[in-house]
Design a protein around this ligand. Structure first.
Ligand SMILES: Cc1ncc(COP(=O)(O)O)c(C=O)c1O
Length: 448
């Protein structure tokens, strides 16, 4: 090594100026590479920034689903052995009923294993058409039905089919997280109307009227609501329907995926107001009602030209959705056992339980929801408070604080356009709900 160094030094001193410059450049290059590797943060940042360069603007503008992110975080903590109670995910805690699972097994044995038709099997679309007629009073022929990979997929199909860049889409906050980002993905502009807790998280017709401009193409309406659990009455919906009627070229997506989970009142379909039937796209699916979140089956009933557009889009995107899951969905929709009723009764009991317990917690304000399996308490009392360590500046801070201190996973309201609230999913056992609220209460008492 000393010999090599001597040769190099002699060559450097005795060599030409050009040789010295090249040596110095090589030395500095190695020095910079070495320095970057010494600092992992710089290193990682450098590579991330290189990769980000190549991502499309479309994907860069999307945010990660906060509900899924929180669920992932609590799964990771559970895997590390922490006793996390997860109240963050919008998913029934029941198993798919047996008669549905049997139908899927039979479908495999009967070789439902080939590409299914893009809009769904005919008999499934017929069954959905019948369901719409019998349960909702809606007349959609089978070719107005498109089956997709979950309600989420149905929604993006519709949005991509009718929204042009720059079109305005009205959503009612608190809204389900994916509406916002799906509109962004289509190049649309989300216009948010705030439904206040004082008004039971429902909008006033005037608010809607004054949010509509010449550029408004679509309203997304959701009752029973995720995240608030609120259910609009027929009268309240009719007022909204009248406004839509008066604005030519304005459409409304009615997301009715929680229609079967209602404890008070009854579900009304937006398209049942005949004067706007041709301007409503009804979105529904089997995920929530039949505890089939993993099977990924959603569907729409829509004006024929919109159904055809979704079919065209789906034909280039996913093709027809999983053949086995479609056979299971057919069994679910036609099924006549009482599992739906049993699940609904359990959610009803848990709603009463958790709302009763939360009302006892200092500083929490809530409205008792009439449907779905969520409750959305207002936590603004805790904003600006601290336990001497963590500072609660917003609802996400509070969600993280509860995860850390109470080991209970909930979702901050920011992602739902409700920065003063958190969303709690009570699709969990009675015992764990009692334990979760006990822990939440203890953790919140430390905030002053
Ligand atoms: C309001 C609302 N719409 C649609 C969906 C999508 O359901 P799916 O699981 O069928 O995609 C969800 C799921 O959480 C939801 O809460």
């Amino acid at each position: 090594m000393p010999y090599v160094r001597q040769v190099f030094t002699d060559a450097f001193i005795l060599g030409s100026p050009l040789f010295r410059i090249v040596c110095l450049k090589i030395f500095f290059l190695f020095f910079i590479i070495y320095f970057i590797h010494l600092i992992p943060a710089i290193n990682i940042y450098y590579f991330i920034s290189l990769i980000m360069e190549y991502l499309s603007d479309r994907i860069k503008s999307l945010s990660v689903s906060q509900t899924l992110a929180m669920a992932q975080k609590s799964r990771e903590l559970k895997a590390k052995g922490l006793d996390i109670i997860s109240l963050s995910l919008g998913e029934p805690d029941f198993n798919t009923p047996d008669y549905i699972k049997e139908a899927a097994k039979k479908a495999i044995d009967e070789n439902y294993t080939k590409y299914p038709p893009v809009p769904g099997y005919n008999d499934l679309r017929d069954a959905i058409s019948r369901k719409f007629r019998e349960e909702n009073g809606l007349n959609y022929t089978s070719d107005q039905i498109i089956v997709s990979a979950g309600g989420k997929h149905s929604l993006i199909n519709v949005i991509l089919s009718i929204i042009n860049p720059g079109d305005e889409v009205i959503i009612l906050a608190p809204y389900w997280v994916s509406y916002y980002d799906q509109i962004i993905l289509a190049g649309g502009k989300p216009v948010i109307i705030e439904a206040l807790i004082e008004n039971d998280f429902k909008i006033e017709p005037d608010q809607l009227e004054s949010a509509i401009t010449g550029k408004t193409r679509l309203i997304i309406f959701n009752s029973p609501s995720n995240p608030t659990g609120m259910v609009y009455s027929g009268d309240e919906m009719e007022k909204i329907a009248r406004i839509v009627e008066n604005h030519e070229g304005l459409f409304i997506i009615s997301d009715e995926i929680y229609e079967h989970i209602i404890f008070e009142g009854r579900h009304v379909s937006m398209a049942s107001f005949s004067f706007i039937h041709d301007r409503v796209i009804t979105v529904n699916g089997v995920s929530k009602a039949y505890a089939m979140t993993g099977w990924r089956i959603g569907y729409i009933g829509a004006p024929l030209w919109i159904a055809k557009a979704c079919n065209k889009l789906q034909g280039q995107f996913t093709s027809g959705v999983c053949s086995i899951a479609q056979r299971a969905a057919l069994a679910a929709i036609e099924g006549k056992d009482n599992s739906l009723q049993i699940m609904k009764e359990a959610f009803h009991r848990r709603r009463d339980l958790i709302c009763g317990l939360l009302k006892e917690v200092r500083g929490i304000r809530l409205r008792v929801p009439q449907g779905a399996f969520y409750v959305m308490p207002d936590i603004s009392y805790y904003l600006g408070k601290s336990d001497g360590n963590a500072m609660i500046n917003n609802s996400d801070d509070l969600a993280l604080y509860l995860l850390d201190k109470a080991q209970v996973a909930v979702v901050g309201g920011d992602a739902f356009g409700a920065p003063k609230c958190i969303r709690i999913s009570y699709a969990n056992s009675d015992e764990l709900l009692v334990e979760a609220v006990k822990r939440i209460k203890t953790a919140l008492e430390l905030l002053n």
